[in-house]
Design a protein. Structure first.
Length: 365
């Protein structure tokens, strides 16, 4: 029976790719079954319960020679019957056409590649894409790809020991001592893979370090502290498409368990330069405007610390400078500390603090 298995696993060459014979046969038999069902529907005039698959409107049910007949409005029933007649009259041709159509639709799939998203997918001209292309050009493809760690836990008697050994050998941050002071921007810079985003996640309490501490005003950062005293600004803004601009801010009040503060939301939208745009849909906003919405949302909880993870990476140079100027102004006027991860050193001014990640640290961002 090996020959039968080989026959079902045989690949039919199609435009440089291939279709498995078992998949083709499965589709053919499925289509043949559907055609047979349609043929029986047409050939059985006394079928009492007609299930209408394509219709615009049922006008009524009449009795005709003791049988039910459904009367349709419009031309949809005639078109449906015409299709059934053609499909049942030349079933072989129909099957061939459908199989060829499936094959044509499958052709683009041969160009698909499995990969994790990275900054190479950003729009051209943004700082993230420029950095990605520069690193690729100087060091070669793959240098700035994500770090993947694999372990063989199948061929071992103690898979937990294998994982624990990996944890002992991989250090995300080592000896990082980061401090952000109120009233100014503190930029976190470093090479790709130096641990910038990891440091920011630790500062936000999103990950717990194995050693050391993360404090905000001498208080350990917990989920409650993060919710009440820390505002997060992300690279892609992470807005909810179904909500308008104002509701993007109000939803954070729901998360905190407080009554939605519409006046507070309108005030913050005006602060970030979006006055009067509360009812606008997110799809109608530009990239720079979306980041401003993200900044306003981060301020809804009246935070003492803002943490921004490359918020300008997807923006052009002018919009990037505008966003940084806005954050610098907010930090100064509201006496807020702000940690700002970036690859773009042109955003830094002499009044800003800079925390340089160690280039030799065995970490990844």
């Amino acid at each position: 029976m090996d020959w039968l298995v080989d026959a079902f696993n045989w690949t039919i060459p199609v435009a440089g790719g291939g279709l498995l014979m078992r998949e083709v046969l499965g589709n053919v038999f499925g289509l043949a079954s559907a055609l047979g069902g349609m043929a029986r529907k047409v050939a059985d005039p006394v079928h009492r319960r007609v299930q209408i698959l394509v219709q615009r409107r049922v006008v009524g049910v009449q009795r005709d020679a003791g049988h039910d007949r459904v009367v349709l409005l419009g031309q949809s029933h005639r078109l449906g019957r015409a299709w059934v007649r053609i499909a049942t009259k030349v079933p072989v041709l129909t099957i061939i056409v459908v199989v060829l159509g499936i094959g044509a639709l499958a052709i683009p799939a041969r160009d698909l590649e499995l990969a994790l998203p990275d900054q190479g997918t950003e729009e051209e001209g943004t700082s993230a894409r420029d950095t990605y292309d520069l690193i690729t050009e100087e060091f070669g493809p793959g240098y700035n790809g994500p770090l993947l760690v694999t372990a063989d836990i199948i061929n071992t008697d103690d898979p937990l020991a294998v994982v624990e050994d990996l944890e002992d050998r991989i250090t995300a941050l080592d000896g990082a001592n980061f401090e952000a002071r109120p009233g100014q921007l503190t930029f976190i810079v470093g090479e790709s893979g130096s641990g910038k985003s990891t440091l920011l996640s630790a500062a936000a309490g999103l990950i717990t370090p194995d050693s050391g501490s993360v404090l905000l005003d001498d208080t350990e950062v917990t989920d409650r502290v993060r919710l009440d005293k820390i505002g997060m600004i992300f690279q892609q803004a992470n807005l909810i498409a179904a909500l308008n601009v104002r509701d993007q801010l109000l939803v954070t009040d729901h998360i905190r368990g407080v009554k939605p503060r519409r006046d507070r939301a309108e005030e913050l939208l005006a602060t970030v330069g979006l006055e009067g745009l509360g009812d606008r849909r997110i799809g109608e906003m530009s990239g720079g405007q979306r980041q401003r919405v993200g900044i306003a949302r981060a301020l809804m909880g009246e935070p003492e610390l803002l943490l921004a993870d490359e918020p300008t990476a997807s923006l052009d140079a002018d919009r990037s400078q505008e966003i940084v100027a806005l954050l610098r102004e907010l930090a100064t006027e509201r006496d807020i500390a702000c940690g700002f991860v970036t690859h773009d050193r042109s955003l830094i001014e002499s009044s800003d603090e800079v925390f340089e990640m160690g280039v030799s640290a065995p970490a990844y961002a």
